[in-house]
Structures are given as C-alpha cells and as structure tokens.
Design a binder for this molecule. Structure first.
Ligand code: P6P
Length: 336
C-alpha cells in the first residue's frame, strides 16, 4: 500500500497542476513539514535530552513556557524564514510580530503559528500538536506594525496542523479540501494517508472541559444538559464525551470520525475573551474544519469572519459536525 500513497512532494506538485498552487507556498509547506518532523523528534526524545518540564520563562499569555515550547518555536521561526516571500511571523510564544522584511509587498506571506499546542500534556506523555496558518498580503502594508497582520480567517490561503500522537500526522488545506499525511519513519516521508477528510454532519460525541460547567452561558448549558440526558432526554440518543487537553488532538479526532469541540467564552474567562487564541488556534483550525464540511462558530458568527483587534486576541470556539454547531447557534439565537 505504501508505494501507492503519495508523498507530500508528489501531492503538492499534483495540487500545483490542479489548483495552480504557487511554488512559494509549496516551498513554505515543505519547510513547515520539516519543522514538524524535527519537533516530532524533539517531543519523542524529550526525556533523554532533559527537554521535558518548564523553561524558566513565561509567554505573553502568562503561561509558564515548557522547554519544548521554546524549541518548537525556534524550529518554526527558523524554517518559515527560508521562504523569501514570508514577510512576518506571528507566534503564540512571541509577544510582538516578528518582521522578516522592512518593506513587505503585496503577495508576501504572513505566517501564524502555535508551535506546540497542548504542551501541558508533554510531561505526562499525551498527544500535542502544532498549528499553522498562511495569509497572502493583498497590498503592501503602510507600516510594519501589529495592524498589518490583524486579518480575518477568510484571508487564509493555507492552514493546518501537525499532531504528535502514536504517529505523527500533518493535515492541511489550501482551500481545496483537507488532506492528511502520516510520517513514515523508515523513509522520512509524509505519505497521503487521509485523502479528502470529511466531517460527518451528525455526531453524538462532544469535547468540552466539563469542570467549567458552573461558568457556562445558558445555550452551552442547555446543549450539554440535553446531551447528558441521553436516550431519555430531548435528543433521544446516548452522547459520549472526550477531552484531551489538546485542541489539535480533539480536532483531529473530529476530522476523522466527527464530533463537536467547545471552548466557549464563559463567566470566568469573559474578561480575556475566552481561552483559545484567534489568529493561530481558532482561525486556522476553523478554516480546516470548514473545508472538511464542518462548521466553526463563536456561537453567533463564523470564526473565520472575526476580524482581530489585538495580536493575541481570544475567541469563543464551537466547531465540528455541522448539524450540532447549527443547533447551538439556534440555542444562542433563542436565548437573545
Ligand atoms: P484546559 C492547550 O493549552 C489549549 O490551548 C488547547 O489546546 C486545549 O483544548 C485547551 O487549551 C485545554 O484547556 O482548560 O482543559 O486546560
């Protein structure tokens, strides 16, 4: 079976022919894939190189950085800088925009990334991932300042993630559906193992941090209460729950078998606008979910339509199987 599974390079070249994919985007995607391979190696050998545990630093989010957060960030910064069209990098781990060009031009790329999502899972040997997003500048920004990179998710030309689980997989979209590749250790190749990923419109599985129940808004509380009533409740069916502590892992499961991921704004986190960040978590994964036939909403509006006002802006996140997202959006409408 292996030989018939396209390599990443073969897939990108066929996409170039089929969708006129820009060669610079192909180079950038291959560089991102290389960064993810290297990060995967660091994650899997962390215990041997004293790379587990905390670095003596906190990031702009006020979170204690893990040593591997810093290593993963360095790998993304280094590899994304290879592509001559990348004008700026935005990282969860870096306070400011990292400009690579003093005079960015129309057609240049902005790359946004969470280099290691779910890193609190590292020390307990659970799944983590990396998230990335690419926007092409439609005009030369007047100033190389934060405002130049505050773009809505609709402007993305590419987004995806890498997941470091039992195997390492790379999943992305360039706006023509979602394709997934598994890293083959024997050859070092990423091979096409999840062609055309589609999220079932219906699901009976949700992912939420249920310890926050007491903070939830009424529509979220209603949805979860109904699900938990199972066969005897208004949904008339048993619902299952998963919560992995890594958005990448939950979203990969949803892309693979359906489901609903929720991290809503609630009474406790409303001051900060929620938990998850828009530019390098919710927006890229929202683009991927939409391209796979799912929906990604704040509860009231598509996540990719949200225009950020701050670099590390947070947002309410409800994404996955379309019919379940639509149900919650109805609950929000009914609650107003
Ligand atoms: P909690 C990881 O830190 C993350 O940003 C997401 O990947 C994950 O879904 C969420 O936070 C976990 O949050 O409240 O369970 O720690």
């Amino acid at each position: 079976m292996t030989e018939r599974q396209m390599t990443l390079r073969q897939f990108l070249l066929s996409s170039r022919r089929a969708f006129q994919l820009d060669k610079d985007l192909i180079f950038l995607l291959e560089d991102i894939a290389t960064a993810c391979r290297i990060i995967s190696n660091h994650v899997r050998s962390g215990a041997f190189n004293d790379n587990l545990g905390a670095a003596d630093a906190t990031n702009v989010q006020g979170e204690t950085q893990k040593k591997l957060d810093v290593i993963a960030n360095d790998e993304f910064m280094r590899h994304c800088a290879n592509c001559g069209r990348v004008a700026a990098l935005v990282s969860e781990e870096v306070d400011e925009v990292y400009w690579l060009k003093a005079q960015p031009a129309a057609g240049d790329y902005l790359v946004y990334f969470d280099p290691l999502d779910g890193s609190s899972n590292l020390d307990v040997n659970l799944t983590v991932g990396s998230i990335f997003s690419v926007i092409e500048l439609d005009s030369a920004p007047t100033r190389t300042d934060e405002a130049a990179v505050l773009r809505s998710g609709r402007k993305q030309i590419c987004a995806g993630y890498s997941i470091y689980g039992p195997s390492t997989a790379l999943v992305f979209t360039t706006g023509h559906g979602v394709s997934g590749f598994t890293h083959q250790q024997t050859t070092g190749e990423f091979r096409l193992t999840y062609p055309d990923m589609q999220i079932p419109r219906d699901t009976r599985e949700f992912a939420i941090n249920a310890s926050r129940l007491r903070y939830w808004d009424a529509p979220i509380r209603r949805y979860i209460d109904e699900a938990l009533q199972g066969e005897d409740g208004p949904r008339g069916q048993y619902h299952n729950m998963r919560w992995t502590g890594s958005m990448v892992a939950d979203i990969h499961r949803i892309l693979t078998r359906g489901g609903l991921f929720l991290y809503p704004v609630d009474r406790e986190n409303q001051e900060t606008g929620g938990r998850l960040r828009l530019l390098y978590e919710a927006s890229p994964l929202g683009f991927v979910v939409e391209q796979a036939g799912g929906k990604a909403s704040t509860g009231r509006t598509p996540i990719v339509d949200v225009v950020p006002t701050r670099l590390h802006e947070r947002v309410s996140v409800i994404m996955g199987s379309a019919h379940e997202v639509e149900r919650i959006e109805r609950y929000f409408e009914e609650a107003t």
